[in-house]
Design a protein. Sequence first.
Length: 133
Amino acid sequence: MSLTLRVLAPDQSVFDGTAEEVILPSTTGLIGILPGHISLVTALDTGVMRVRANGSWNSIALMGGFAEVEADDVTVLVNGAELGSSIDATTAEAELEKAKAEVSQMEGKAASPEKIKAQQKFHRARARVQATK
């Protein structure tokens, strides 16, 4: 038995195929999906989705969204996504270091749109780095 998995971003279909197992970064923690899973709708956080297909694990960096599981069909609708294999690790590491510096400059300051944007940028950069591993 396998799952039918579709990962859709506004500008592209990131993944459309079958998988044996999916691990999603929900807003309440990681959720593992295997064939026969109960129906589910969940919000997704910025993070890394792991997909086991043809016996090997693949990573996809997700930028928040929703997932629906229904009768061995998993549909993931996200604001943005990138296959881990297509991310340049060196560039991703540099972006993460830059984002860390921006967040550290905002420490101790009151909540502001700039601080929130810096934190979001950091979470996206961290997800991209994690997806390369």
